[in-house]
Design a protein around this ligand. Structure first.
Ligand code: FES
Length: 183
């Protein structure tokens, strides 16, 4: 018994071609959908890793207990990865800082405009030249930068370059007589 050969004409080719096209479209769509989902899976941990951790958020502000800083001394605190100098100035240091109002000419500023309370100077411990951390001392009563020799006075004003601007004052406020919040 002879088997009838399957019919195979030009129209069949076209029909088969359509099926392939549909399969291809399905595959493309599925791949695209997977790609987006895959990208989302990859992106989510990445985005979530960009959210600040609790410890980073905590460092957005720091509270400084001023009772730990004896009169006449300055202490360094870390705020957002940078040093902040808090100086408990005594009467003589305040007087020197006020005298500097007339002689600090590189970046003129009145001491009274740089403090909230005369006995507390709060400045960033970052040299305004290239970012080194200045050290207490120098010829003007405040700090001297070990990198290129800039000097800052009792008010954190620059008195000798190469730095051209005063030590910055970070945002801070008094929570009470013994505490400031930086940040
Ligand atoms: S970084 Fe301070 S003087 Fe250059």
């Amino acid at each position: 018994m002879s088997q009838k050969p399957e019919s195979h004409d030009v129209n069949d080719e076209v029909a088969l071609g359509d099926v392939d096209a549909e399969r291809r479209a399905l595959l493309v769509n599925a791949t695209a959908a997977f790609g987006i989902a895959g990208a989302a899976c990859v992106a989510l941990p990445f985005v979530s890793s960009m959210n600040p951790s609790r410890s980073v958020k905590a460092m957005a502000t720091i509270d400084v207990n001023l009772t730990e800083i004896p009169e006449g001394e300055a202490k360094t605190f870390l705020w957002q990865g940078k040093p902040v100098f808090v100086w408990h100035r005594n009467a003589a240091q305040i007087e020197e800082a006020r005298k500097g109002d007339a002689t600090a000419t590189l970046d003129p500023a009145k001491d009274a405009d740089r403090v909230q309370k005369a006995e507390w100077l709060v400045v960033m411990g970052v040299c305004t030249h290239l970012g080194c951390v200045p050290m207490r001392g120098g010829e003007f009563g405040g700090w001297r930068c070990p990198c290129h020799g800039s000097q800052f006075d009792d008010s954190g004003r620059v008195r000798q370059g190469p730095a051209g601007t005063n030590l910055e004052i970070p945002p801070y406020r008094f929570l009470d007589d013994n505490t400031i919040r930086v940040g």
